[in-house]
Ligand binder design. Structure first.
Ligand SMILES: Cc1cc2nc3c(=O)[nH]c(=O)nc-3n(C[C@H](O)[C@H](O)[C@H](O)COP(=O)(O)O)c2cc1C
Length: 341
């Protein structure tokens, strides 16, 4: 059991926020396989002030989508009251502040990982969140700005002093972006310095890697991001592996097809047909990742603008897949792991 403020999570493995990905349908699919906590996409506080439709959509949720964290991006204490006010009447359980995004578009404006260079300013923003909301407040940080300025421990201590309930850390520097080695030692250092829960992120791409993150860092929880793309089964697999060491078999083709269709239908319900189908194209690639011989089907999926058309393409996976299996070399895997990132 992992406790963050009043939130109790039966398992300490959750879905990490992903801009452009973590919409309501993706969160619900991940939760259906056991992710106990999920986040909205990152919401820039400047966009909220215009009460735009995009923010409203990002905040939309449903009873099955709880507990839910909202992640904000910003660079000033003065924006905080507005952000918190925007949550009035929203079904939200946790407020998370982003000091980790490495995108130059974001850091140029002093937001995201740029705040790793200004720990006192970051702490000021976090204190303001803690003052303004009764919800637990969290922050997501990186190991540091670059290899010469790894300061996660200091930033984390400032953040804890600001009164937050939990800290998320992606164990790479801003300069690393999403590549290079995750620095387990930095995460361990942060965990040992703090008394609040520390949730680790970075390369938790399989159940084994999640377990490794726990054992190398002593963290209280792990947030999975890329490992869940087209692979919501990772949550069930990890939980079983961690609880009784069982290695669940990879989902078979009918299961994959059923989940893809369910995901697509939810995307269309949430976004409308044009946008829902358009957004699902990238999920089609992720769900079929690693499965060779699919280029024609992928191309057709990308040309398809209707839900019915895309469902027909998804159904064809059941025809293509057995052909693919026959090509698997003797002694090779009976079913190739098409979810391996
Ligand atoms: C497409 C994408 C979008 C992301 N967007 C966010 C975001 O909005 N907020 C955030 O805190 N982290 C974001 N991240 C970072 C992830 O939450 C996670 O910390 C990082 O990918 C490392 O974990 P992983 O190696 O398991 O993917 C994003 C990652 C990806 C791949």
């Amino acid at each position: 059991m992992l406790r963050i403020g009043h939130i109790e999570l039966p398992i300490p493995v959750m879905l990490s926020p992903m801009a452009g990905v973590s919409d309501l349908p993706f969160r619900l699919i991940s939760r259906s396989f056991g992710a106990p906590l999920a986040f909205t996409e990152m919401i820039d506080i400047n966009a909220i002030s215009q009460r735009d439709k995009r923010t409203t959509h990002m905040l939309s949720s449903c009873p099955d989508d709880r507990p839910l964290g909202v992640q904000f991006l910003g660079n000033s204490e003065s924006q905080v009251a507005l952000a918190v006010e925007r949550l009035t009447g929203q079904a939200v359980d946790l407020v998370d502040f982003n000091a980790a995004c490495p995108s130059p578009k974001v850091t140029r404006k002093g937001k995201g990982a740029a705040l790793m260079k200004e720990p006192k300013k970051l702490a000021g923003i976090l204190s303001e969140f803690v003052r303004e909301t009764s919800l637990p407040v969290a922050v997501k940080i990186r190991a540091g700005w670059d290899a010469d300025s790894v300061n996660a421990r200091d930033v984390a201590l400032y953040a804890q002093d600001a009164g937050i309930s939990c800290l998320f850390i992606h164990g790479r520097t801003k300069a690393q972006g999403y590549s290079g080695m995750v620095d387990y030692a930095v995460i361990r250092d942060v965990k040992e310095a703090l008394s609040i829960p520390v949730i680790a992120s970075g390369d938790s791409l399989s159940r084994e890697k999640v377990v490794r993150m726990f054992s190398e860092t002593g963290c209280d929880g792990v947030a999975i991001a890329r490992g869940a793309l087209g692979n919501p089964w990772i949550f069930a697999e990890t939980v079983r592996y961690m609880t009784d060491g069982a290695i669940l078999p990879k989902p078979d083709v009918p299961e994959r097809i059923a989940v893809m269709k369910r995901h697509l239908e939810m995307a269309v319900e949430h976004w409308g047909e044009k946008r829902g189908v358009g957004l699902f194209h990238k999920f089609f690639i992720w769900y079929t990742r690693g499965l060779g011989g699919l280029r024609p089907l992928r191309n057709r999926a990308f040309r398809t603008g209707t839900m019915q058309g895309l469902i027909e393409v998804i159904d064809e996976l059941s025809l293509v897949y057995p052909r693919y299996r026959k090509r698997t070399p003797p002694g090779g895997p009976e079913v190739q792991d098409i979810t391996a990132p």
